[in-house]
Design a protein around this ligand. Sequence first.
Ligand code: F6R
Length: 248
Amino acid sequence: MKIIQASNYEEMSKAAYKSLHQFMQMNQHPVLGLATGSTPEGLYRLMIDACKKGEVSFASTETFNLDEYAGLSKDDKNSYRYYMNHKLFDHIDIRPERAHILDGEAADLELECREYDQKIMEVGGIGLQLLGIGLNGHIGFNEPGTSFDAATHISELAETTRKANSRFFNSLDEVPTKAMSMGISKIMESREILLLVSGEGKAEALHTLLTGEITENFPASILKNHPNVTIIADQAAIGGKKFPDQVG
Ligand code: F6R
C-alpha cells in the first residue's frame, strides 16, 4: 500500500482529485466505486468545480456506491442516494442511469444485492474504488466479523457505526440498524483503490491498519493483500507518527 501524507483535509482532497483525474484520463469508460460520509465531500466539491470548468467530464462514467441504509427512501435526507445526488450527481454531467446505488426500499433486499453485483460485472468491474474507513475498521458497511469472501449483502450495523453516523440524524434511535453493502470480495476485485483518511478521530484506525495483522475483525486490513491501494491521509489522522511511504 502506497501512503501519501497530506498536510490537511484540503490537501488530502486535492491529492485524491489528482489520482481520480489521472484515472479518468486513462479510461474512456471509467467505472468508479464511490463512498459517502464526511471524508469524500472535499473531493466531490473538486470534481464539481472541475466539471463546471470543463476540465473533466463524467458523461461516459459509470458509478457504483458502496452502500445504502435499508428502509430509507431516496428522498430521505439521510439516504445515501440523497447524499450523492445533492453532493455530486446533480452538479456534474453524469447520466443519471449510470449512477448506481443500492435501493434501500427494494422489496427483496437480497435480490437487490445480487443484481447489484451482476451490474458491476456487466460493466467489467470497478476501475477505481474510493473508500473511507470507519472507527472500527469497516469499509463500506462491512463491519468487523464480516467474511472477506462476502459478496454484496445485508449488513447489521455495529453500535460504533450507528453512534458515529447519528451525527446526521435527529437521534441515535433514528439510525437504521441494517444496511446493504458492497462485499469485501467485490471491493477487492477493483483494479485500483483509494482510501482517504482524515482527522484525529481516525488516527487509531489508521495506525491499526498500518501496523496490525490481517483479520476479519478489522475489515480494512484486507487491503494489504490488494496490489494497487493508495492511502491518502492528513496529518491529523497520521497523528505525528512516522509511517513508511509503502506498507505491505
Ligand atoms: C460510506 C462508507 C463508510 C464510510 C466510513 C467513514 O459510504 O462506506 O465506510 O466511508 O464510515 O465515514 P466518514 O467519512 O463519515 O468518517
